[in-house]
Design a protein around this ligand. Sequence first.
Ligand code: PAF
Length: 280
Amino acid sequence: MLICNTVADMRAAVSDLRVPGSVGLVTTMGALHAGHMALVAAARADHPSVVATIFVNPTQFGDPADLDKYPRTEDTDLAMLRAAGVDAVFMPDVATMYPDGAETIVETTELAHVLHGAVRPGHFRGVATVVTKLFNIIGADAAYFGEKDYQQLAVIRRMVADLYTPVAVHGVTTVREPDGLAMSSRNMRLTPADRAAAPVLHQALTDAAAVLRAGGTVADARQAIHDRLATAPRAQLEGLDFVDAATFAPVDGAPRGTIGIMISAHFGDILLIDQKEIET
Ligand code: PAF
């Protein structure tokens, strides 16, 4: 497995790997878990060559303390990627991705500012900017992102469509712990009590989905989520949104079609997010 730290080395590595349509990309911030490895497996199933990136992107963190606390497990990450047969890993430093004088940003002007974006100003601009840079450096044919980061996936799809970026974007189903908790690099920072409480997010989403599938309203589904969260007081609800999956517009009443339910909650100082997409 090749490890590249410079743009020139990364481009040379990919040009050796590439035959048309052959390179799948998995972008990560490290602290890899089974969810990331499902992305690698999906990329591998579709493409003879797989490239992964590890870069903790400072521009998508609003709070510098959150950036400092982000887990960094490079040796384990590289061992996992090597074992999964990844062909090359791009691990740039911050100065490579944001050299002095860099001033260009990429922003989805609507989608970045609603829902999670409304409470995390700048977050999706940071994601869109770094993902554009990574797409431009690597030139992969396809890229794989987890559905757990539901709005991030929508932002990246919007950006790629708007900019005619020649990369196919694939969403991959969220991988869960046996108790339903969505895999996340943040899970390793939960206290034992918060870790025990955290599956309540998935349970609450499942309750809300059952309500909507039975013909209930968004108000009923919200109530079901609040009832479930009341059983786990460690969860401090931050955001709860019901959206049309195609447009990300909020839905109300008894919605029909493909509906996304997005939830975020603090467990201590750790923010966890989860989502569920359902047909009603
Ligand atoms: O989902 C992530 O890990 C990050 O937001 C991404 C897409 C690698 C951009 O930094």
